[in-house]
Design a protein around this ligand. Structure first.
Ligand code: RAT
Ligand code: ZN
Length: 430
């Protein structure tokens, strides 16, 4: 056996993680590694009322609305006629007291209360409300980001939203360096008549008919807003029946507006595919459903535009394996997150495991999709545990073969998955 110098032995002792410590080390590092949350519906405090936080917002999260209304025999309109506080009280009574909070979203609320330091055994909602009422929104943002270990948050930003637009136009949108923008383009792709109306109101000379002038003006709108927001990427959520290429408005908009603008601004295009909107309109935002999609639309985009980066997530469980295999074929495809109904422990574990088995660490395992600030706490705690478990299994297997990972290597892998894969894909590696 080759003789090691004294120095080499020292390095080995310092950094190699023994089998006994391996799992603990991975868990500790996964729980403490700062995170870039690359898709949320959260806002920086400068956005005022758009930043949702606190007990009543948490309890009236649309995931909990759909779970609670299942237990009710009242008309749907009865729920919507209540004040937010009454809705929160009713959801608390229904999902937490009349039944046990075992679902992902309800158990998540318990995780939040616990991590905020509240005594969950008291089950006294008003105590929790009173405690939070003592805090300012700025304090709560700092506290939550610290507890959840979140470094950077990417918002979802829509210039057609008048409240949001005025924040950007006043120059306040870019003040907090922890928050980044992503420009949402759903209306342009999925509701062109409404988009024409909005664009005209904003002074862009567009028409329903697809003309050179309309193309140029829509490009000008996107470019101006990307620059104003310093948007990291364009984003859209698409129905499951999205086809590409097709002889339709979406394909024209993608080919003639979105891709040229993304290339001009050097930013990725994020597509979240597989939503069936409003299957039960009476539930409002809670009434959307998942839908199986055609992965070949993503394949066609990646092949036609090899220099364009695509961030892709899909909503149907049935699409996940095929999408992961596709990512092996195209380096301009970055898969991300376990989206919406997939963001439940059993499926996060399944998806994370086969993604690691097919792609190693070259993907973005999770985003939170939070709408209420404190949700960062549970969404990330639950996911970090699973990511740690999957990685520990893989490192343990390597260990048995005599390949010992060092603590630095574990940190590097986690940093790639939780931060760097995203930033490098954007060409902004840190
Ligand atoms: O996860 C959600 O809250 C959904 O309602 C959607 O917002 C979805 O994430 C989207 O971005 O379209
Ligand atoms: Zn979302």
């Amino acid at each position: 056996m080759e003789q090691l110098t004294k120095g080499e032995i020292k390095v080995n002792i310092q950094t190699n993680v023994s089998k006994a410590d391996l799992r603990q080390t991975v868990e500790h590092l996964a729980m403490s590694m700062p995170v870039t949350d690359m898709h949320t519906h959260l806002y920086a405090p400068e956005f005022g009322e758009l930043l949702l936080w606190g007990i009543d917002e948490l309890l009236t999260y649309h995931y909990l609305i759909s779970e609670s209304i299942r237990w009710s025999e009242e008309e749907y309109s009865h729920f919507w006629s209540m004040t937010k506080r009454e809705q929160a009280d009713w959801i608390w009574q229904t999902l937490f007291l009349d039944h046990s909070p075992v679902s992902e979203a309800t158990s998540g609320f318990i995780t939040i209360l616990t991590r905020l330091g509240f005594d969950v055994s008291s089950r006294n909602l008003d105590d929790y409300r009173q405690e939070l009422a003592k805090r300012s929104v700025n304090e709560q943002v700092d506290i939550v980001m610290q507890i959840a270990g979140i470094d950077k948050i990417v918002m979802t930003n829509d210039p057609f939203d008048s409240i949001e637009r005025s924040v950007w136009l006043s120059g306040n949108g870019k003040k907090d360096p922890r928050f980044y923008a992503a420009l949402r383009v759903d209306t342009l792709l999925n509701d062109w008549p409404l988009a024409v109306n909005e664009l005209q109101n904003l002074g862009y000379d567009v028409q329903m008919e697809w003309s050179k002038q309309t193309i140029e003006e829509t490009r000008r709108f996107l470019s101006e807003w990307i620059i104003r927001m310093d948007a990291l990427y364009l984003a859209v959520s698409m129905p499951g029946d999205f086809q590409y290429p097709a002889d339709d408005h979406r394909s024209k908009m993608i080919d003639e507006v979105m891709i040229p603008v993304c290339q001009g601004q050097n930013i990725p295009f994020a597509l979240m595919i597989g939503v069936r909107r409003k299957v039960n309109p009476l539930l409002g935002l809670a009434g959307d459903m998942s839908m199986r999609s055609d992965v070949s639309a993503v394949e066609a985009l990646c092949r036609r535009y090899p220099d364009q980066k695509f961030l892709i997530t899909m909503l149907a469980r049935e699409n996940q394996h095929e999408l992961t295999v596709l990512a092996r074929k195209f380096r301009n495809l970055m898969i991300f997150g376990c989206w919406w109904f997939l963001h439940i422990e059993s499926i996060v574990e399944e998806m994370t495991r086969f993604r690691v088995e097919l792609l190693g660490t070259s993907m973005i395992p999770q985003h939170s999709d939070c709408r209420v600030f404190e949700q960062l706490i549970y969404k990330w705690e639950h996911s970090r545990k699973i990511i740690a478990k999957v990685l520990a299994d893989k490192y343990e297997k390597l260990h048995y073969s005599g390949w010992n990972v060092t603590e630095e290597e574990i940190k590097r892998d986690l940093d790639d998955m939780l931060n760097q894969n995203f930033w490098r894909f954007l060409g902004k590696g840190q």
